[in-house]
Design a protein around this ligand. Sequence first.
Ligand code: GLC
Length: 425
Amino acid sequence: MKQDLIEQARAVLARNDRGDYTVPTHGLYPFQWNWDSALSALGFSHFDEARAWREIETLFRHQWDDGMVPHIIFHEMNDGYFPGPDVWATGRAVPTSGITQPAVAGFAVRRIHARAKNRGLADAQARALLPKIHAWHQWFFTNRDPQGTGLVAIIHPWESGRDNSVDWDAALARVPTEGVAPFQRRDVAHANPAHRPTDEEYRRYIWLVQHFRDLGWDNSRLHDASPFRVVDPGFNAILIRSCLDLAALADDLGEAEIASASRAFAQAGIAAMDALWSETRGQYLCFDRVTGELIDSPSIGGLLAAFCPIPEHRAQAITQRLEAIGATVPYLVPSHDPAAPEFDGLRYWRGPVWLIVNYMIADGLQRAGQTRIVQRIVDDSLRLIEQSGFAEYYDPVTAEPCGGSSFTWTAAMVIEILNAETTPA
Ligand code: GLC
């Protein structure tokens, strides 16, 4: 059974492999995506270490001069996706988008390095990537935390990786739609429109893109100029964890300066994170930097916070939340609280389960010693695969596969989960 699933997962990776990078899935997402690549490299690393390194190397080859690593790299032209390079107009030789995505590469690189069999290759690759990943982390704290609070803001919902989460509803409603050039969505030709964001959301997504484009993609200006500035606990936890992992890797490679700078970023972030805790909800919440208030939306972003070190009593509280949710739905972890009125088990990030998030929550809680809930998350993840294949996401009640099929990072997570016993902590 286990070997069978691994073979199937490898076939998905092979299908989406474009040589130096993978596409998330054919049709719906025909380019390279940032955090998809970092997480997919974990899957490759179990059977082809050189290919795993190449995935991340390709991503960082398109890093901007200011340190940002874009969320999409348009390696080849393809009309099947909107918004394409002409809308972003970032002026790069190989076109990219102009926003970023969760900084999971530091975590992935350390993990792949730690368990690599080819030590020479691993050291060489990690040494080359180390300053680039560090530059990206520095970019975050300079440009997305200009006041030095310790936590960074996203300026577009797509940066979070949780595109249409309920978390963004109120903040996105303040984004205007006047002056948005008419457009034709392509995603709804590849996937069921009822499983995707709405047209109204798309108009606001595109308004933000046009606004940043009009500001010349100058990252030193975009944060303050954006009407959408949200501090997401999950996004920050990923960045903090990557800073800590990069520090450990830098220690291994004798790069003391990067190690201490990375630890300082992480410590400031960990200290600031506690202000996002909600006693009423029993989880972390997003913070709206425009209104100065917490966003009372019980989403998976506040549970994913467990991916970075959090106090023990907080890890226990998150475990209790997960147990309570797990008593109401058969598959953990829904991307939004099933008891909330906005919950929609089929619509993208407003309810469905995503395997990558399951993996990161489970990893964080494992380190926090919450092994029972970790086992439940792992079991549920594998049951979803067995019943519904390698989908983009799943209904937490019925296990219905949603979005794109033969999905790269879903397959990568299956390989990673099934090889967990060979992964050092
Ligand atoms: C969607 C997801 C995002 C992912 C991308 C490619 O936009 O919300 O997290 O990176 O698809 O899979």
